[in-house]
Design a protein around this ligand. Structure first.
Ligand code: EPZ
Length: 420
C-alpha cells in the first residue's frame, strides 16, 4: 500500500491546471451505452474511479482504452452483457449509472445494490422509483436489482430529495424512452448540465438539464459522440483552499468561477483574496483567518464534497466555525484524524463546531474516504513536522495526481511505501 508523506510549512505559489471533472466523466462514460459505436472523450481525468468505470464497460463487452493524455476511447458496438457485478459496484457506487442506459437501450440490466459506504447508506430508491414509473419491471434478489422493459415510456417523476446520479440515471433512461419524461426536483449540479449537453450531442432532446425541471423527448436512436469534459470544480475548490490555508499565492487555471460561487464566497468570508484571472481563479491567503459557518446544500449551495477541506481551513480561524452536513449522515470521518493532529472540533450529529486557531502537528493518519483524504493532505501542508497519510487509494480514486500538483506549487509532499 502507498502512503503520502508531507512536511508542513511551505507557502504554495505558482499556477496549476485543474483536471477534467470526475463526477462529469463517470455519467458521460456510462452514457456511451446509449449508442452503438466509437465515442471519444477528452480532458478525462486519470484517476481510480474512471479506471473502474472503464473496467465495468469492459465487463459489459464494450471496448475501453486506458486514458492517455486525457483521451478515452469507448466502443459499444459489442456490448453483450448487462450485469454490473458486486465487486465493481462495492468499490464505486457510481457504477449504478449503467442501469438507466442498459435498460433504455437493451431492455435489461442486473446491477448490484451499492450497499453502504464510508459516508452513509446511499440507497438508490429514487433511481428505481423512476425506472418503475417509466414501465420497467424491478426485482430485487440476492443483493442485485433486476430491471427489464420492452421499451421504456415517458413519465413524470418527482424526486423525494435531490439526487445527482438519480437525476443522471433517469435523464439517460428517458433519452430513448417512448414519449416525454419530466423530472421535477432534479439535481442542478454542473455535471448534470454537462451530461444533458452530451446527450443532446448524441441526438437526444433534453431541455433544462442543470435546472430543477428537466424534460426529455425520447428518440429512437442515439449516435456515438466526441466531447471534451468540463473541469473538476471540487479539485479546483480543493486547490483554492490549499492556496488559502498555506497563505500562498496561486492561480488555479481551467476552472469556471460560476461552478464555485458558494466556495468562493466562503473563502472570501475567511479573509482570503479570491478573484477571477484569465482562464482561472487566483487566491492570495492572508496571515489572519476569520471563522465562517457553512451548511452543505445541493448545487448551487456549498458542496458537501468541499466540507472536509473547509473544516481544516477553519482550524486556522480565530474563533468558532459551525459546519452543518445536511446531505450525508456520516461525513465526519476525518474529524478524529484532525483531532489527533491537534484540531479542536466537537461533532454533534450532523453539526461540527471548530474552534481556532489551533496549531496542527504532524502525525500518522488514515484516509477513510475520498474527500477526507484530501482534507488530511491539506492538514499535512500546514502541520508542524511530518504527516504520513495511509490508505491513499481513497485519494487516488478521485484526484488526478493531486500530490504532483501540490509539489509543483512548492509543497514538500511525496509518495512512499506504506505499512497498511
Ligand atoms: C453524487 O453522489 C456525487 N458522486 C458525490 O460525490 C456527491 O457527494 C453527491 O452527489 C452529493 O453532491 C457522483 O456524482 C459520482 P446523491 P450521489 O444521490 O449521486 C440520498 C465525491 O466525493 N439518496 O445526490 O450518489 C443519499 O443517500 C462523491 O466525488 C437517497 O436516499 O449522491 C444522500 O443522502 C462523494 N435515495 C442524498 O440523497 C436515492 O435514490 C444525496 O445523494 C438517491 C440518493
Amino acid at each position: 500500500m502507498q502512503k503520502i508523506v508531507i512536511r508542513g510549512g511551505a507557502r504554495l505559489a505558482g499556477e496549476v491546471r485543474v483536471s477534467g471533472s470526475k463526477n462529469a466523466a463517470l455519467p458521460i462514460l456510462a452514457s456511451s451505452l446509449l449508442a452503438s459505436g466509437k465515442s471519444i472523450y477528452r480532458n478525462v481525468p486519470a484517476l481510480g474511479d474512471v479506471r473502474t468505470m472503464g473496467r465495468l464497460l469492459g465487463r459489459l463487452g464494450a471496448g475501453f482504452s486506458e486514458v492517455t493524455k486525457g483521451i478515452a476511447h469507448v466502443d459499444t458496438a459489442s456490448v453483450s452483457e448487462f450485469e454490473a457485478p458486486y465487486d465493481l459496484v462495492k468499490t464505486m457506487r457510481a457504477s449504478v449509472l449503467v442501469l438507466g442506459p442498459l435498460v433504455a437501450r437493451h431492455g435489461r440490466a442486473r446491477v448490484s445494490l451499492p450497499g453502504g459506504c464510508a459516508i452513509g447508506a446511499r440507497p438508490i430508491d429514487q433511481h428505481l422509483k423512476g425506472l418503475a414509473a417509466m414501465g420497467a419491471r424491478i426485482d430485487l434478489e440476492n443483493g442485485y436489482v433486476n430491471a427489464r422493459a420492452r421499451r421504456l415510456r415517458g413519465a413524470t417523476i418527482v424526486f423525494d430529495m435531490v439526487t445527482v446520479t438519480g437525476t443522471e440515471n433517469l435523464m439517460m433512461a428517458a433519452a430513448l424512452a417512448r414519449g416525454r419524461t419530466t423530472l421535477e426536483n432534479a439535481a442542478r449540479e454542473p455535471e448534470v448540465e454537462e451530461l444533458g449537453r452530451v446527450l443532446n450531442k448524441m441526438g437526444a432532446k433534453v431541455r433544462g438539464a442543470g435546472t430543477s425541471l428537466v424534460t426529455v423527448e425520447g428518440v429512437e436512436e442515439l449516435q456515438p459522440v466526441e466531447h471534451a469534459i468540463i473541469p473538476d470544480r471540487i479539485e479546483a475548490g480543493t486547490l483554492l483552499v490549499a492556496a488559502a490555508i498555506t497563505r500562498g499565492d496561486v492561480l488555479v487555471r481551467d476552472c469556471l468561477p460560476e461552478h464555485l460561487e458558494a466556495v468562493i464566497a466562503k473563502l472570501r468570508a475567511t479573509g482570503a483574496e479570491v478573484r477571477a484571472e484569465g482562464d482561472g481563479i487566483r487566491v492570495r491567503g492572508k496571515s489572519e483567518f476569520k471563522p465562517a459557518d457553512i451548511a452543505t446544500q445541493p448545487f448551487p449551495g456549498f458542496p458537501t464534497d468541499m466540507q472536509a477541506q473547509f473544516m481544516v481551513l477553519m482550524t486556522r480561524a480565530r474563533g468558532q466555525s459551525v459546519l452543518a452536513e445536511t446531505i450525508f449522515e456520516n461525513r465526519y470521518m476525518h474529524v478524529p484524524e484532525l483531532q489527533r493532529m491537534g484540531a479542536d472540533i466537537v461533532v454533534d450529529g450532523r453539526t461540527a463546531v471548530v474552534r481556532g486557531p489551533t496549531k496542527l502537528t504532524g502525525a500518522t493518519v488514515m484516509a477513510t474516504d475520498l474527500r477526507a483524504s484530501a482534507c488530511l493532505v491539506l492538514a499535512g501542508l500546514i502541520a508542524e513536522g511530518k504527516t504520513d497519510i495511509l490508505r491513499i487509494y481513497h485519494l487516488d480514486r478521485g484526484y488526478d495526481r493531486l500530490d504532483k500538483k501540490l509539489r509543483a506549487l512548492g509543497a514538500d509532499v511525496r509518495r512512499a511505501r506504506g505499512s497498511l
